[in-house]
Structure formats: structure tokens, C-alpha cells
Design a protein around this ligand. Sequence first.
Ligand code: AVJ
Length: 341
Amino acid sequence: MRPTPAIGGSRRRSTARRSPRRPPALEPAGSVARFAMDVRHYLIQSPRQLPSRYLYDDLGSVLFEAICRLPWYPLTRAEMRLLARHAPQILDRRVTSIVELGAGSGLKLSALIRAAGAHRGRLDAHIVDVSATALAGTRRALAEFHDLRVVTHETTYETGLEALSGAPHARGRRLMLFLGSNIGNFDPEGRDRFLRALRGPLRPGDRLLLGVDLVKPMRDLMLAYDDPLGVTAAFNRNLLTRINRELWADFVLDRFAHHVAWNADRGRIEMHLRSTTAQRVVIPAAGLDLTLRKGETIWTESSYKYETGGVVDMLQRAGFGVVAQWTDAAGRFALTLAEAP
Ligand code: AVJ
């Protein structure tokens, strides 16, 4: 399938280098201007890269939901089972407010609330996600709980956290949910900084439930990120479709291949888009005119995989105490419940 060119070629070339560079803080998260700025900033790095949060436009979010149902991607199913099994301990009556970062479909939160049954009390739920589609899905998934007050925040984790730390908050325990191994997208420094930012506004007794994918045999990891149906490849390449549509670029999709690598030294799966030919790409709204070598890659995602002990360490370093840690029978996934002392 070929992307539709947005506007005529010659006009595109003439505007290509003139886009001004603005300081990052001035562009609101989620705006096209911010997208343009980030695309420019990251694509001119060496190696070229793009932030993984931009994978989740409307189509990207749907493709990710499809990934979660693939037989080769056990992460979501393993986590769902752990949530259902341990819900009474996670969501007891002391919890009065839930904050979920990156809720996706909302199916996990609804499974947790359902499985907690009569153990839970009255709840507020704040949902932070960059995807409007994901937030709408979460609202639908939570509609069955009539006594639940749902507030959605269409923004990045960082901005959502800032908004929440200033908000008044009722008595009782606040439970933060950071599930799906979303933390795996952070590199170690960013991850530690983020965990400290999560910890900052919490009061003693507030909790964090962290879901992480565990290191497993390389063959299983490769299949999870390079599935035989090509859904993950579509999810990855869709980022180029998004840049074509929103930033008037002229990426030709069939000149980019989905490329996955397990980086054993760093303990992460990497997703890349590899240029299958020498080519030129123009991204007018980002002020870019790129020449790509054959075989050159654009790095679109890192997914760090953890050991259970490493999760305990990083939570303690960020100022949490660990209350409980659960893994599935196959040792594929871990849920860790931590508390602000
Ligand atoms: C949503 C970031 C946890 O890294 O496994 C799935 C995204 N990328 N397949 C992951 C993803 C490719 C996913 N996270």
C-alpha cells in the first residue's frame, strides 16, 4: 500500500528547510507542532530515532490492541490473570482513588475492579493517556461501574502527573497503576527519574502497582516483537503513515522494513525501521530533507525486560517499599505492589 502524497512535490521542497526551531517547552504535548519538533529533533540524531509514544495514533492504538491478542505476545494475558487473581489485595477498601498511566483499552482496570468485587470501596479513577481513542475505550470499559467517577487526561505521563499532584485529593489511599510493561520504554536513567517523579507527590500509605515483562528466551522475545502475522510490523510502519499524514511527508512505506533486535547487553528489545534502499525523504512540516543510506535504520522503540530482583531494586531506589511481588507460573511477567513509607 502506498501513502497518499499530501501536497505537490516542488512546493514541498521549497518549504522544507524553513521551519523554525522552537524551544520544547512552548509546544503543548499532543499538538502537531510538538510532534513536528520531536520528529525533527530525533530524526537528525545519530542513530536516527523517533519517540515510541508517537506509535499510538488512532490506527496505532488499534494495532496495539491486536498485538495484545496475538498468541506470540503473552504479556497482556499473563498480566490480566495476575490482576484478577490478586485483585482483593491490590484493591481493598482503603483505596479511594486510582490513577492509571497509559491505560490503553481500559480492560485491565475493569478486570481489576470486577475481580475486587465487594472488597473495594467507593472510587475515583484518573486515566492518563496520549491517545484519545484509548481514553474513549477506557470510558466504555468502565461504564458498567456506576459508582465509579472517571476523569480522563489526554496527555503524556509527565504532564498528567503534574496536573494530578496539584489536584485536591480525598482521604484514603491513592493507588497508581503503571501496567503493561509501559515502563520498559524508558532507558534506565529516564526510568529512575520517572519513578522518583511518581513517588514525589505520594503520601505515606499511597501505593504503586507496577507491571513488567521479564527476561525470557530470546526466541520467545523475537516472536513477540516480530510476529508471523506482521501485526507488529504494521504497528511500527504505521508511524511513517502518521508522519506522512500529519507532517506532509513522503515516506514510501514499502521502502522500510520492520527490524527487531534483542540487545542482550542492555536487556532490551529494539524495534527499528530499516531503509531497504538509498532514498530521500522530505518532511515539510518538520523542516527536514533527509538522505537515507540503504540499510540505515530509524530506531522507534526500546522495550526493556527485567528480572524480579531488578524491579525491587529500582522501586527501593526511588523511595518505595515493596509490599508484594507476583509472577505467573511460566515466569514471564511480574506485578509488583509498592508503597510510599
Ligand atoms: C506497550 C510498550 C509495553 O513494549 O511490549 C508491543 C509496545 N511494541 N509490540 C511493548 C509494543 C511492540 C509494548 N508496550
